[in-house]
Structures are given as C-alpha cells and as structure tokens.
Design a protein around this ligand. Structure first.
Ligand SMILES: Nc1ncnc2c1ncn2[C@@H]1O[C@H](COP(=O)(O)OP(=O)(O)OP(=O)(O)O)[C@@H](O)[C@H]1O
Length: 273
C-alpha cells in the first residue's frame, strides 16, 4: 500500500552516481521521498547507504545524474556518530542548543515529544542508548524539518527499546507529516511503517514494500538462502507502550503508573507489584 503516492515530492535522486578514486561508490541510484513517506535504505557494509543519504541531504554532489530538492526544504539529521568531547559535562538541554539557540519552552516541548523531558538536566554521558537516541531525535525535530534523515536510529538500543523507538518515529511521521529517510545498518530489520525499502549494493538491488523486498529474488540472491526468513518486519502487536519515564500508555491512550498497569499474558492476567 502506498498511501503517500501523489504527495508532494521532497527530494528526487535520479540516476545519481558518486565517483571517487576512479570507482563508482554508487551508480544509477533513484530515490524519491515524498511528504509523509518513510523510506528505509538497507544493504551490506560499504554498499552505499551513507553515500546515498549524503546525496539526499546535499552533503555530496552527484558526479552523474541529478538530485532535486523542494525549495526551502528543511532537513533534520540524526548522524550515526556525534563528535562530542565526552570528557566535558554536557546536559541534554545544552545538547539541544549546540546547533542553534531556542527558547526553553521550545526545547522542553521537543524533549517532551520524544519522551525525555524528564531528562533535560541529566548529563548526556549518563543516558541509556534509547534515551540518547530520543535526545538526538528531539534535537533534529526542533528545527521543524520537512525531512528527517536518521542514520541507524536504534544503535545501542535493546529489542524492546527498538520497538518503542520505531513506534515513536512512526508517530512523528503521523503527527508532523514530515518525510523520513532511515538508514538501517542492521540488514534484517525494517520497521513495519516503512512505505518503501530500497536495498543497495552499489546500485539499487531491489525496492518495494518491506514484504515484497523480503520475497524478491534480488534480495535473496544478495543475502543468500538464510535471508529468506530473515527480514524481520516490526509489527505492532502490543496493546500498550512502556514510556521512557516508567509509566505505561494503554491502548486507549490512558497513561498509568507501571504498578497500575495489568499485563494480560497468554497464561493469565496479573498485576505487577
Ligand atoms: N570519500 C570517499 N572516498 C573514497 N571512497 C569512499 C568515500 N566515502 C565512502 N567511500 C567508499 O564508498 C563505499 C560506500 O560507503 P558508504 O559509507 O556509503 O557505505 P554504507 O552502506 O553506508 O556502509 P556501512 O553499512 O558500512 O556504514 C565504501 O566502499 C567506502 O569505503
């Protein structure tokens, strides 16, 4: 299903190539990202995911083909690595102001939107992997981007944290209508809300919905027989969400303290102490 087809095009990369030292790092790459669309780039190490993302953001210019961006396009970028001097104390609030100055209320609103406003005065060094990614997301969202580019948003995050982060990214798309480009360095995991997966291998190997890519002969021949069952697509089977501050959001939207939340497991419902 592509509900976003026909929506405004934010970035169009057409037949683009990048050449360095006499070799094509990527060649003949087509990527279109529309408003409200989630596009995920997957591919083996060195297959050109970061290079393609740099073409999208404009950090790199193509040596072949073309890249066009909606005029005035605002991009929020969450990098794979941050060059921060970790020996210096840095609060989350200060992290938010490193690349621009914003009123306190705006910073708090951005941190609240990603579920970490209670950590505004915490030191970045002490955050968990998931909390850090949420702080980085808030930092990208405060620019009110039309396009959010996330280079491996779930690194350093455990499985349940990954599900929660992917939920949050889907929610950001639903609420703001921005386009999202995700780079997944974990080949076999793609969030279910992804509209289009583009599988790279120096060129576009295959593309489509997560389900169609997992079944495509190109994907299978690139990653071998084991890949047949390996592309895990996050589904949303859970009926409640554990919020980062320890409270629980029920399916009907009620927010309750963890001790008030009843887990209904297959065997029996029980109340956590
Ligand atoms: N500035 C550069 N000059 C020469 N080669 C480069 C340059 N930047 C990247 N490369 C090479 O281009 C290829 C694609 O790199 P890229 O970082 O886009 O891959 P990737 O898919 O993001 O990889 P990974 O999953 O390992 O992060 C690699 O072989 C890399 O060594």
């Amino acid at each position: 299903m592509d509900v976003h087809r026909g929506h405004e095009v934010l970035v169009d990369v057409a037949g683009a190539g990048v050449r360095r030292d006499g070799r094509w790092l990527v060649e003949a790459v087509d990527v279109t990202i529309r408003k409200g669309e989630i596009v995920t780039l997957i591919g083996p190490n060195g297959s050109g995911k970061s290079t393609t993302a740099k073409l999208v953001t404009g950090v790199l210019k193509p040596d072949a083909g073309s890249v066009s961006r909606k005029s005035g396009l605002r991009i929020g970028y969450v990098p794979q690595k941050l060059s921060i001097d970790w020996t210096m104390p840095l609060t989350v609030r200060r992290l938010m102001s490193l690349t621009g100055s914003y009123p306190k209320a705006e910073i708090d609103a951005a941190l609240a939107a990603t579920g970490v406003v209670h950590l505004a005065n915490a030191e970045v060094q002490h955050l968990s992997g998931g909390e850090f990614q949420r702080a980085l997301l808030a930092r990208a969202m405060i620019r009110k981007p039309d396009l959010l580019v996330l280079d491996e948003p779930v690194q350093g995050v455990d499985f349940s944290g990954e599900v929660a982060l992917y939920d949050l990214i889907g929610q950001i798309r639903d609420e703001t209508g921005c386009g999202i480009l995700l780079i997944s360095h974990d080949l076999h995991v793609v969030m279910a809300a992804t509209d289009t997966v583009i599988c790279l291998n120096g060129h576009v190997c295959c593309r489509g919905t997560p389900e169609s890519v997992a079944r495509s002969p190109e994907y299978l021949s690139l990653f071998g027989a084991r890949a047949a069952n390996a592309l895990a697509v996050y589904q949303h089977h859970h009926d409640h969400t554990h919020l980062p501050d320890g409270r629980v959001e029920e399916a009907d939207g009620r927010i309750v303290d963890a001790h008030e939340h009843v887990h209904e497991h297959d065997h029996e419902g029980h109340r956590h102490a």
